[in-house]
Ligand binder design. Structure first.
Ligand SMILES: [Zn+2]
Length: 128
């Protein structure tokens, strides 16, 4: 962490900053820890949000709206990254969000494959 007086690097074991000789406040460490913990539920809801919007967009592709499944894949991938960042995977939000994110990516990739196969089977779609 950084000394709040001179912004130099200090460790938790130090009572006094070696750079500016100011006493180091113990409550700073506690504040940092609370901040990390309070960010976790935020990550869980982000995972859930990105996953569910991703699934929705990937799903919309199958109703004839072009290109939305690409956004679905991107959002789903982001949801998976958020779920990985979240250290408390026992939270139901993260698990549901992670599952939704994988479904979003899966549906989106399936959409791309589906599109390619459709064009191969129906070349007249491309040729007009
Ligand atoms: Zn200092």
């Amino acid at each position: 962490m950084l000394c709040k007086h001179c912004k130099n690097e200090v460790t938790k074991e130090m009572d006094v900053c070696p750079h500016c000789h100011q006493p180091l406040d113990e409550s700073l460490f506690e504040a940092n820890q609370t901040q990390v913990l309070s960010e976790q539920p935020n990550l869980s809801s982000k995972t859930l949000l990105f996953g569910s919007i991703g699934v929705f967009l990937s799903f919309l592709f199958f109703f004839g709206i072009p290109f939305v499944h690409f956004i679905g894949i991107v959002l789903g991938r982001q949801g998976i990254l958020y779920a990985k960042e979240d250290k408390s995977l026992s939270r139901p939000y993260s698990r549901n969000g992670q599952l939704l994110s994988w479904i979003a990516v899966g549906l989106g990739v399936f959409g791309i494959v589906f599109n390619i196969v459709y064009v191969i089977l129906n070349p007249e779609v491309v040729n007009g």
